[in-house]
Design a protein around this ligand. Structure first.
Ligand SMILES: Nc1nc2c(ncn2[C@@H]2O[C@H](COP(=O)(O)OP(=O)(O)OP(=O)(O)O)[C@@H](O)[C@H]2O)c(=O)[nH]1
Ligand SMILES: [Mg+2]
Ligand SMILES: [Zn+2]
Length: 296
């Protein structure tokens, strides 16, 4: 058996890169039985058949994995947002960033299409939250070098709404990729789901980027939910205040003597971030354990 990396999964086949080249693999039956789903980014063991084919035999332990985008072992999740069409709802960014924080994956916010709308307000929310944020344009090239530096040598996944410019920015980072990009419907205010599958691409200096299909407003529901008790640590700007509330089990929503709410009043925490926290907390409270286990 040899080790490899899943770089693409397409209709029942997995393309696996190994030291002996790329092998197209089928998964062995045990994956169906165990319900363990091989993901792009997985390190796997394969049994070669002929020159270019093989069987997926085992998945090596993961450092993390995500349900949507469905990837494994990522160091950074680059969350795309835009002030131009499709305009990003900060709640989507906060939701993905929160899940990433809890999975030890660094969130990076890429505010794209700044040639059309700079979205400075959105940018300042994430800068003041202490999250790396970059304003980019695939058209003018603004921010591309900065983004390049941030992703260097790491395994990154691009995510965000359809039409926000993930594939366009990937093309700007590595023009030889020549990935298809689609137009945005101004009338409907959304993209056309141009990228249809998850695929890992190699850049120089060992940088890897996984491009993924964008969210529509509906399938954002596929993002996992956190436990309500762990949510407070998913908002990194809350950390100086945790443990300083009057009640040890403070939910930081409306309790008296809450240090987080005091920081919010003093404008040390952004209101939109705290609103997202409250929304996620309410959602998490309404999901029971049984549902949670069946969602992942
Ligand atoms: N003005 C402007 N347009 C951009 C920019 N980036 C992307 N676009 C345009 O936005 C549209 C969508 O870009 P894509 O790269 O296909 O978006 P995507 O996020 O990959 O979309 P999906 O694959 O559907 O998830 C295309 O028409 C791009 O030309 C930008 O920085 N500025
Ligand atoms: Mg795309
Ligand atoms: Zn509190």
């Amino acid at each position: 058996m040899i080790e490899g990396l899943i770089i693409r999964s397409l209709s029942g086949f997995y393309d696996v890169d190994t030291e002996h080249g790329r092998k197209r693999c089928r998964a062995r039956g045990k994956f169906r039985i165990s319900k363990l789903n091989p993901l792009v980014g997985d390190r796997v063991l394969i049994e070669c058949v002929g020159r270019n084919e093989g069987y997926l035999m085992d998945i090596l332990p993961r450092s993390n994995c995500f349900k949507r985008p469905s990837v494994a072992n990522v160091d950074q999740i680059v969350i795309f947002a835009s002030g131009a069409t499709p305009v990003t709802d900060p709640f989507l960014v906060d939701r993905i960033a929160a899940i990433a924080e809890l999975k030890n994956c660094e969130p990076v916010i890429c505010i794209n299409k700044v040639d059309l709308n700079r979205a400075d307000e959105l940018y300042s929310i994430y800068i003041s939250a202490g999250i790396t944020s970059i304003q980019t344009s695939a058209i003018t090239g603004e921010g591309i070098d900065k983004l390049h530096n941030w992703i260097k040598g790491k395994i990154n996944v691009f995510t965000g709404n359809s039409g926000v410019g993930k594939s366009s920015i990937l093309n700007a980072l590595s023009p030889t990729l020549n990935l298809p990009t689609g137009t945005v419907s101004e009338k409907l205010g959304r993209g056309r789901h141009t990228t249809r599958h998850v695929e890992l691409y190699y850049l120089e200096h060992g940088t890897m980027i996984i491009d993924t299909p964008g969210y529509s407003s509906l399938d954002a529901d596929e993002i996992e939910f956190a436990q309500k008790s762990e949510l407070q640590s998913a908002f990194r700007e809350f950390s100086p205040y945790l443990g300083k509330c009057r009640f040890t089990d403070c939910a930081h929503i409306k309790e008296s003597g809450c240090a987080v709410l005091a920081a919010l009043d003093a404008e040390h925490i952004c209101r939109s971030r705290h609103q997202s926290y409250v929304r996620l907390y309410v959602q998490a409270s309404s999901i029971n354990k049984w549902d949670r286990n069946n969602m992942t």
